[in-house]
Design a binder for this molecule. Sequence first.
Ligand code: DX5
Ligand code: ZN
Length: 223
Amino acid sequence: MKHLIAPSVLAANFANLEKDFELVNNSEADWFHVDVMDGVFVPNISFGFPLVKAMKKLAQKPLDVHLMIVQPERYIEQFREAGADVITVHYEACPHLHRVIQQIKETGAKAGVALNPHTPVSALEAVIEEIDLVCLMSVNPGFGGQKFIYHTINKIKKLRELITVRNASTLIEIDGGVGLQNAEKILQAGANVLVAGSSVFKSENPKETISKLKKIGEQTWYA
Ligand code: DX5
Ligand code: ZN
Protein backbone atom coordinates (compact mmCIF):
# COMPACT_ATOMS: atom_id res chain seq x y z
CA MET A 1 0.00 0.00 0.00
CA LYS A 2 1.25 3.45 -0.85
CA HIS A 3 1.65 5.64 2.22
CA LEU A 4 -0.82 8.41 3.03
CA ILE A 5 -0.12 12.08 3.72
CA ALA A 6 -2.22 13.91 6.29
CA PRO A 7 -1.39 17.62 6.56
CA SER A 8 -2.10 18.87 10.09
CA VAL A 9 -4.53 21.74 10.02
CA LEU A 10 -3.11 23.04 13.31
CA ALA A 11 -0.35 24.71 11.30
CA ALA A 12 -2.78 26.25 8.78
CA ASN A 13 -3.84 29.90 8.74
CA PHE A 14 -7.01 30.08 10.85
CA ALA A 15 -7.82 33.52 9.49
CA ASN A 16 -8.12 31.98 6.03
CA LEU A 17 -8.91 28.30 6.37
CA GLU A 18 -10.66 28.27 3.03
CA LYS A 19 -7.41 29.00 1.21
CA ASP A 20 -5.41 26.32 3.03
CA PHE A 21 -8.15 23.74 2.61
CA GLU A 22 -8.32 24.45 -1.09
CA LEU A 23 -4.57 23.99 -1.27
CA VAL A 24 -4.81 20.55 0.37
CA ASN A 25 -7.87 19.62 -1.73
CA ASN A 26 -5.86 20.33 -4.85
CA SER A 27 -2.75 18.50 -3.65
CA GLU A 28 -1.66 14.87 -3.47
CA ALA A 29 -2.57 14.73 0.23
CA ASP A 30 -4.93 11.95 1.34
CA TRP A 31 -6.48 13.21 4.59
CA PHE A 32 -6.83 16.33 6.72
CA HIS A 33 -5.37 15.77 10.20
CA VAL A 34 -7.48 17.67 12.74
CA ASP A 35 -6.07 18.19 16.26
CA VAL A 36 -8.58 18.75 19.05
CA MET A 37 -7.02 19.82 22.38
CA ASP A 38 -8.87 20.47 25.63
CA GLY A 39 -6.31 22.23 27.85
CA VAL A 40 -6.53 19.31 30.32
CA PHE A 41 -5.09 16.24 28.62
CA VAL A 42 -2.57 18.54 26.92
CA PRO A 43 -1.42 22.03 27.96
CA ASN A 44 -3.05 23.75 24.99
CA ILE A 45 -6.54 24.44 23.65
CA SER A 46 -7.27 24.29 19.92
CA PHE A 47 -10.92 24.13 18.81
CA GLY A 48 -14.16 22.16 19.07
CA PHE A 49 -17.26 21.10 17.11
CA PRO A 50 -18.16 24.33 15.26
CA LEU A 51 -14.76 24.49 13.64
CA VAL A 52 -14.66 20.78 12.79
CA LYS A 53 -18.07 21.23 11.11
CA ALA A 54 -16.77 24.19 9.13
CA MET A 55 -13.71 22.18 8.11
CA LYS A 56 -15.92 19.34 6.94
CA LYS A 57 -17.67 21.73 4.56
CA LEU A 58 -14.35 22.86 3.10
CA ALA A 59 -12.69 19.45 2.93
CA GLN A 60 -12.89 17.19 -0.12
CA LYS A 61 -10.85 14.52 1.66
CA PRO A 62 -11.46 12.55 4.87
CA LEU A 63 -11.07 14.22 8.27
CA ASP A 64 -8.65 12.38 10.53
CA VAL A 65 -9.64 13.72 13.96
CA HIS A 66 -7.06 13.34 16.74
CA LEU A 67 -8.68 13.85 20.14
CA MET A 68 -6.20 15.08 22.75
CA ILE A 69 -8.89 15.29 25.39
CA VAL A 70 -9.82 13.57 28.65
CA GLN A 71 -12.91 11.34 28.70
CA PRO A 72 -13.22 11.26 24.91
CA GLU A 73 -16.10 8.75 25.23
CA ARG A 74 -18.34 11.70 26.10
CA TYR A 75 -17.95 13.25 22.66
CA ILE A 76 -17.46 10.47 20.09
CA GLU A 77 -20.93 10.71 18.52
CA GLN A 78 -20.72 14.50 18.32
CA PHE A 79 -17.38 14.40 16.53
CA ARG A 80 -18.76 11.85 14.11
CA GLU A 81 -21.75 14.12 13.43
CA ALA A 82 -19.38 17.04 12.96
CA GLY A 83 -17.76 15.10 10.13
CA ALA A 84 -14.92 12.95 11.49
CA ASP A 85 -14.03 9.97 9.27
CA VAL A 86 -11.28 8.65 11.53
CA ILE A 87 -11.56 9.24 15.29
CA THR A 88 -8.40 8.72 17.33
CA VAL A 89 -8.41 8.69 21.12
CA HIS A 90 -5.42 8.52 23.43
CA TYR A 91 -4.57 5.27 25.20
CA GLU A 92 -3.57 7.37 28.23
CA ALA A 93 -7.03 9.00 28.37
CA CYS A 94 -9.07 5.77 28.27
CA PRO A 95 -9.28 3.37 31.22
CA HIS A 96 -11.89 1.46 29.19
CA LEU A 97 -10.16 1.59 25.84
CA HIS A 98 -11.79 -1.53 24.39
CA ARG A 99 -15.23 -0.05 24.99
CA VAL A 100 -14.31 3.29 23.40
CA ILE A 101 -12.96 1.53 20.29
CA GLN A 102 -16.30 -0.28 19.88
CA GLN A 103 -18.14 3.00 20.47
CA ILE A 104 -16.19 4.71 17.66
CA LYS A 105 -16.84 1.82 15.26
CA GLU A 106 -20.55 1.87 16.02
CA THR A 107 -20.72 5.43 14.68
CA GLY A 108 -19.31 4.18 11.36
CA ALA A 109 -15.99 6.02 11.79
CA LYS A 110 -12.60 4.30 11.66
CA ALA A 111 -11.14 3.81 15.13
CA GLY A 112 -7.66 5.06 16.01
CA VAL A 113 -5.61 4.90 19.20
CA ALA A 114 -2.74 7.29 19.89
CA LEU A 115 0.26 6.51 22.10
CA ASN A 116 2.29 9.18 23.86
CA PRO A 117 6.07 8.95 23.44
CA HIS A 118 6.52 7.16 26.80
CA THR A 119 3.80 4.55 26.23
CA PRO A 120 5.17 1.24 24.89
CA VAL A 121 3.67 -0.41 21.83
CA SER A 122 3.02 -3.52 23.96
CA ALA A 123 0.17 -1.61 25.65
CA LEU A 124 -1.91 -2.39 22.55
CA GLU A 125 -1.24 -6.12 22.37
CA ALA A 126 -4.73 -7.04 23.59
CA VAL A 127 -6.62 -4.77 21.19
CA ILE A 128 -4.49 -4.43 18.06
CA GLU A 129 -6.88 -6.42 15.85
CA GLU A 130 -9.74 -4.10 16.83
CA ILE A 131 -7.98 -0.91 15.80
CA ASP A 132 -8.00 0.61 12.30
CA LEU A 133 -5.10 2.96 13.04
CA VAL A 134 -2.40 3.46 15.66
CA CYS A 135 -1.06 6.99 15.94
CA LEU A 136 2.44 6.99 17.40
CA MET A 137 3.19 10.41 18.85
CA SER A 138 6.70 11.40 17.86
CA VAL A 139 6.52 14.56 19.99
CA ASN A 140 4.76 15.23 23.28
CA PRO A 141 1.26 16.20 22.17
CA GLY A 142 0.00 19.75 22.55
CA PHE A 143 1.93 21.83 20.05
CA GLY A 144 3.02 21.86 16.45
CA GLY A 145 6.56 22.61 15.36
CA GLN A 146 8.40 20.36 17.83
CA LYS A 147 11.41 18.13 17.22
CA PHE A 148 10.90 14.50 16.20
CA ILE A 149 11.75 12.06 19.03
CA TYR A 150 14.10 9.56 17.45
CA HIS A 151 13.11 6.59 19.62
CA THR A 152 9.84 6.55 17.65
CA ILE A 153 11.69 4.66 14.89
CA ASN A 154 12.08 1.67 17.25
CA LYS A 155 8.42 1.89 18.20
CA ILE A 156 7.37 1.83 14.54
CA LYS A 157 9.42 -1.34 13.97
CA LYS A 158 7.93 -3.03 17.03
CA LEU A 159 4.41 -2.07 16.03
CA ARG A 160 4.93 -3.26 12.47
CA GLU A 161 6.09 -6.60 13.86
CA LEU A 162 3.05 -6.89 16.13
CA ILE A 163 0.66 -6.08 13.26
CA THR A 164 2.35 -8.61 10.98
CA VAL A 165 2.39 -11.39 13.58
CA ARG A 166 -1.32 -10.86 14.28
CA ASN A 167 -2.14 -10.54 10.59
CA ALA A 168 -3.94 -7.28 11.35
CA SER A 169 -4.62 -4.48 8.85
CA THR A 170 -4.01 -1.61 11.28
CA LEU A 171 -2.41 1.51 9.80
CA ILE A 172 0.61 3.09 11.52
CA GLU A 173 0.43 6.88 11.65
CA ILE A 174 3.31 9.07 12.82
CA ASP A 175 2.48 12.45 14.30
CA GLY A 176 4.93 15.21 15.22
CA GLY A 177 8.08 16.65 13.71
CA VAL A 178 7.66 14.79 10.42
CA GLY A 179 9.12 16.36 7.28
CA LEU A 180 11.19 15.71 4.20
CA GLN A 181 14.30 15.23 6.35
CA ASN A 182 13.03 12.12 8.18
CA ALA A 183 10.03 10.80 6.20
CA GLU A 184 12.00 8.15 4.34
CA LYS A 185 13.41 6.65 7.53
CA ILE A 186 9.93 6.63 9.10
CA LEU A 187 8.41 4.87 6.10
CA GLN A 188 11.24 2.35 5.93
CA ALA A 189 10.59 1.46 9.57
CA GLY A 190 7.04 0.52 8.59
CA ALA A 191 4.74 3.55 8.84
CA ASN A 192 1.73 4.07 6.52
CA VAL A 193 0.47 7.56 7.35
CA LEU A 194 2.57 10.71 7.76
CA VAL A 195 1.07 13.65 9.62
CA ALA A 196 2.85 16.86 8.69
CA GLY A 197 1.97 20.30 10.05
CA SER A 198 4.77 22.85 10.07
CA SER A 199 6.83 21.07 7.43
CA VAL A 200 3.94 21.53 4.98
CA PHE A 201 2.26 24.82 5.87
CA LYS A 202 5.42 26.72 6.82
CA SER A 203 7.22 25.65 3.67
CA GLU A 204 7.58 27.94 0.70
CA ASN A 205 5.44 25.76 -1.54
CA PRO A 206 3.13 23.56 0.57
CA LYS A 207 1.63 21.78 -2.42
CA GLU A 208 5.04 20.79 -3.68
CA THR A 209 6.13 19.65 -0.20
CA ILE A 210 3.05 17.40 -0.03
CA SER A 211 3.91 16.01 -3.44
CA LYS A 212 7.50 15.32 -2.36
CA LEU A 213 6.31 13.60 0.82
CA LYS A 214 3.93 11.49 -1.23
CA LYS A 215 6.61 10.47 -3.70
CA ILE A 216 9.15 9.29 -1.13
CA GLY A 217 10.10 5.69 -1.76
CA GLU A 218 9.36 5.86 -5.45
CA GLN A 219 12.28 5.05 -7.66
CA THR A 220 14.16 8.12 -8.77
CA TRP A 221 16.11 8.20 -12.00
CA TYR A 222 18.90 10.70 -12.18
CA ALA A 223 19.93 12.00 -15.58
C1 DX5 B 1 0.74 17.67 18.18
C2 DX5 B 1 -0.29 17.37 17.13
C3 DX5 B 1 0.27 17.26 15.78
C4 DX5 B 1 0.86 18.55 15.26
C5 DX5 B 1 1.99 18.19 14.34
O1 DX5 B 1 0.15 17.61 19.43
O2 DX5 B 1 -0.94 16.14 17.42
O3 DX5 B 1 -0.68 16.76 14.85
O4 DX5 B 1 -0.05 19.36 14.58
O5 DX5 B 1 2.64 19.33 13.97
P1 DX5 B 1 4.10 19.32 13.36
O6 DX5 B 1 4.03 18.53 12.10
O7 DX5 B 1 4.38 20.77 13.15
O8 DX5 B 1 5.00 18.68 14.39
ZN1 ZN C 1 -2.20 15.18 15.82
